[in-house]
Design a protein around this ligand. Structure first.
Ligand code: ADP
Ligand code: YYY
Length: 444
C-alpha cells in the first residue's frame, strides 16, 4: 500500500511539471484495449519461464493477487511496462532498439526485461514489443529517470506501472506521459499460465527468422528509407537470379566462432579440389557492420537475403566442382532463434518445431557439418587467434548460456540436419573425420 502511494505521488509530481499536448484519442483507445490484453515477460532470475499476466475487469468474483504471486513486486517494489505502440514495422523496431539501449544505459541497477503484449485471438495483428522494468528497491530516482527517457518517445509508447492498489490485488496503471498528470486507466492484473504455443516463438517468424526470400526482401525494402545500403543489397538480389544447381556436392560447415570452420574449409578446398564460398557473400559482406548495428528485424533480414545471394554462386560452382560453404542458413536461424528466445535451453522451441525448418525456396545443401568444441578450448582458440571479435562474439564469450543455446538450435535444425563433428582433436584429425563423413554422405 505504501509502495503504491509513493509510486503514484512520484509519477504525478513528475507529470505535473511536464507540459505538452495531450494525445487523448490514442490513450483512450489503448485504455479500452488494456481490458483484454495479455503480457508476457521474458524469463530472468525471477522466473525461469516467461512470466504471463493479463488485465481483467473487476467483478464480485474477480480473483485478487498479492506480491507473493508477483516476485518482482515483493517488499513494496514497483515495476513498469513500456510498449512501443504498433506502427511502421521498421520504424518500430528501430525505436524499440534505441529505447532498450537508453533504458539499459540510464537505469543502471534496474532489471530491463523484454516484454510482449498482445490479444490472444490476434497475436500478429495486435503484438507490441516493449520492456518490463524492475527498478532497484527504494529507488525513487529510477522512476524520474524513466520518465525523462520516455519523454522523447511519448508519441509512440504506452507506459504502465504495477503495484498494490488501494483495493486488494495488483493493479496496472496506464499513464499519459504526454502532458498533465493523468492516470488514464487502471485495471487489476492477474498472473496466468502461458498459452500452449509460446507467443515469443510465434513472434519470431517473419520478424527474426524469414522463411522466404520475399519476406526478407520486404523488410529490406522498408528499411531503404533509413538505410541506403538496404537498396544496394536488394539490387544485388536482382543481379543474382537463382540458377539450376550442378551435380557436385554442396557441403556447408557450421559452428560457433573459433570452432575451426575457416581452418577446415581451407583444408577441404585443397583436398577435394573444391570451390570455397561463404555467406554472406563478398558482394554484400562489406555492409555487414552497418546491418549488425540495426535491430534484429533488419539485421536478420540482411543475413537471410545474403544466403539467397550466395546460393546463386553456390549453384553455379556446383556445376563444375564440389562446393564448400562457410556458414549458411543454419547460422542465420540459430543465432536469431537463440537471441530472440530469453531464458535457458529449456525455453527454446521444442524439437521438430517448424522454426527449425529449411526455407522452401532456398538452395538445399547435400551435407551440413557442425563443428563443436568445449568452451575452454574455443576461448583458448579465440585468444590465440588474437583477431578482433565481433560484439556478438564478445557476448558469446561472456554468456555461456547464449552459446549453449546457439549450439542447441544448430542441433535441432532439420532437413537438412547437421552431422556433428567433435573439432577438439588436432586439425589433421578433424580433417580426416570430415573427409570420412563426406565420403559416406556424398558422392565423392
Ligand atoms: N583442430 C584444431 N586444433 C587446434 N587449433 C585449431 C584447430 N582448428 C583451428 N584451430 C585454431 O583455432 C583458431 C580458430 O580457428 P578458425 O578456423 O579461424 O575458426 P572459425 O573459422 O570457426 O572462427 C585459429 O587460430 C586456428 O588456427
Ligand atoms: N549465413 C550467415 C552467416 C553469419 N550470420 C550471423 C550470425 C551471427 O550473428 C554472426 C556470426 O558471424 P561471425 O562473423 O561472428 O562469425 P565468423 O567470423 O564467420 O566465425 O553472423 C548469419 O546470420 N548468417
Amino acid at each position: 500500500m505504501l509502495g503504491w502511494r509513493r509510486h503514484r505521488f512520484v509519477l504525478q509530481l513528475y507529470f505535473h511539471i511536464k507540459s505538452g499536448l495531450t494525445n487523448s484519442r490514442r490513450m483512450a483507445g489503448s485504455s479500452t484495449d488494456l481490458k483484454t490484453q495479455m503480457f508476457a515477460v521474458e524469463p530472468n532470475s525471477y522466473s525461469l519461464s516467461p512470466f504471463y499476466f493479463r488485465t481483467y475487469n473487476c467483478g464480485p468474483q474477480a480473483p485478487s493477487m498479492t506480491p507473493n504471486d508477483w516476485p518482482m513486486l515483493a517488499q513494496g517494489r514497483l515495476s513498469f511496462s513500456v510498449c512501443i505502440t504498433k506502427g511502421h514495422r521498421v520504424k518500430t523496431a528501430r525505436l524499440h532498439k534505441s529505447l532498450g539501449q537508453q533504458l539499459s544505459q540510464q537505469l543502471p541497477g534496474s532489471e530491463i526485461l523484454r516484454l510482449i503484449s498482445y490479444r490472444p485471438n490476434d497475436l500478429h495483428g495486435s503484438l507490441e514489443k516493449g520492456f518490463f522494468i524492475v527498478p532497484p528497491l527504494c529507488c525513487l530516482d529510477a522512476q524520474r529517470r524513466l520518465c525523462d527517457i520516455l519523454g522523447e518517445y511519448r508519441q509512440d509508447i504506452q507506459l504502465c506501472s504495477y503495484s498494490e492498489g488501494e483495493e486488494p490485488g495488483i493493479w496496472q496503471y496506464l499513464w499519459e506521459v504526454n502532458g498533465e498528470a493523468k492516470e488514464v486507466a487502471r485495471s487489476p492484473v492477474l498472473r496466468v499460465d502461458g498459452p500452449m504455443s509460446s507467443p515469443f516463438v510465434d513472434s519470431i517468424k517473419g520478424s527474426a527468422v524469414f522463411y522466404s526470400l520475399e519476406d526478407a526482401c520486404s523488410i529490406l525494402k522498408e528499411s531503404s528509407a533509413f538505410i541506403p545500403e538496404a537498396q544496394k543489397v536488394l539490387a544485388s538480389v536482382e543481379q543474382h537470379r537463382v540458377l539450376e544447381r550442378g551435380p557436385s556436392p554442396i557441403i556447408v560447415i557450421e559452428g560457433l566462432d573459433a570452432t575451426g570452420k575457416s581452418t577446415l574449409t581451407e583444408s577441404l578446398k585443397t583436398h577435394l579440389e573444391a570451390e570455397l564460398l561463404k555467406s554472406p557473400p563478398d558482394s554484400i559482406s562489406h555492409w555487414r557492420t552497418i546491418f549488425d548495428s540495426e535491430p534484429s528485424l533488419i539485421k536478420r533480414a540482411y543475413y537471410a537475403v545474403g544466403n539467397y545471394i550466395g546460393a546463386t554462386e553456390i549453384a553455379k560452382k556446383s556445376k563444375t566442382s564440389p562446393v564448400i560453404v562457410d556458414r549458411f542458413w543454419h547460422s542465420t536461424a540459430a543465432y536469431a532463434i537463440a537471441t530472440e528466445m530469453g531464458g535457458g535451453i529449456h525455453n527454446l522451441p521444442d524439437h521438430h518445431h517448424d522454426v527449425y525448418r529449411w526455407p522452401e525456396d532456398l538452395l538445399r545443401p547435400d551435407l551440413v557439418i557442425l563443428l563443436t568444441v568445449c568452451d575452454e578450448e574455443r576461448i583458448r582458440r579465440i585468444r590465440k587467434r588474437g583477431l578482433q571479435e565481433t560484439k556478438e562474439e564478445k557476448e558469446l564469450e561472456a554468456n555461456s548460456m547464449f552459446r549453449q543455446k546457439v549450439e542447441e538450435v544448430y542441433k535441432r535444425m532439420e532437413d537438412p540436419s547437421c552431422v556433428i563433428i567433435d573439432a577438439s582433436p588436432s586439425m589433421e584429425m578433424v580433417l580426416q573425420e570430415a573427409l570420412s563423413v563426406i565420403k559416406k554422405k556424398c558422392d565423392i
